[in-house]
Design a binder for this molecule. Sequence first.
Ligand code: FES
Length: 114
Amino acid sequence: MPNVVFHRNGETFVGEVKENTNLVVRAGIRQFPYPNFLYGCGMGKCGKCASLIIKGGEHLPEPNWKEKKRLGARIDQGYRLACQLWLTHDVELSQEATPLVDVVAPAGSAVGRP
Ligand code: FES
């Protein structure tokens, strides 16, 4: 079973999840990493679930078109959209750099702004 190490707001959270687990789906049903995980639409649109993959990225599939569209050059920096990832191996990720949505939101977009 994949082990997940997750960093946010200066804290580290560790949990074990079933294989083929999506962290946004889990958070949505109030399982680890709830309540600490930042997410929104669950569909690859809002960018709120953007996470920096620290370890284990080699086991993740190639970014899909939603991630490429939403994250752009951030993919090369190691960011992925957690809502688009189904975990099969150990992973360490961070949402310390949020709100990433303000960085990647298209010009004129209100996404991620109060
Ligand atoms: S939750 Fe909206 S893009 Fe992942």
